[in-house]
Structure formats: C-alpha cells, structure tokens
Design a protein around this ligand. Sequence first.
Ligand SMILES: [Zn+2]
Length: 129
Amino acid sequence: MFPSRSTAWDDVKLWLPKHKCIICGVEVEFTQVGVHYQTTHPDYDQWGNHWKRLSWLLLMSDVALVVLDAFFIRSVIPYSQDIVLAYLLGSMLVIIFTLVSKQRAFREAWQKAHFQQFASRLTMLPDVI
Ligand SMILES: [Zn+2]
C-alpha cells in the first residue's frame, strides 16, 4: 500500500488561521468556511449572500454620490460635503448594524434549537438516582 505522505498543502494548512463560526462557535479551516456555512447554516448563508448584494449596492451608491458631489452638487449646494459625509457614515452604520444584529439573531436561534435538542435527550435518559 501507499504510505500516507504529508504534502506541502498540509504544512500550509497548519499555519493558516482557523475561523471560529459566528453561529455555532466551531473552529473551521480557513478553506472550509464557505462549505461550513452552506451545509451547517444554510439560512445564514442565504441571508449573507443577500446582505452582501445589498451592501455592494449601498457602497456603489456611496461612490456615485461622492463622484456626483465632486463634479456637480458642490457647485450648487455650498455645504454638500457635510451631507455626503453624513450619508456615507449613515450607510456604513446601517451595513454594520444589520450584520451584527442579524448574526446575533441567527446565533440565538441556533443556540435555542440546539439547547432544546440537548434538553430533550436529557429527558430521554433513564433516571439513575
Ligand atoms: Zn457553525
């Protein structure tokens, strides 16, 4: 038979940082993060893809507003930089707040579901005492 050989990729994997799952807390190899979320937390994965698309749209609108401000709005409205800056800050806060609050909601739902599974297993155990 063939002896198991460690490849250079195995050595590299040892040095790669592990990702701690945001939902269940399991440590996952850096290359398997996407697979973990797709298989273990498909709802979160779908929501994450939706959130990424919305965030990109918001960021694109930020860029468009900055460009529009630099070439047009600034000449019409004297203090438009303040409005643009407030919009940029507000959009960043919206992106971060929705991500953090939704991650917390998914984590709490996962913990609640798994605690109920754990509790139901405990009730199925025979009484020892
Ligand atoms: Zn997980």
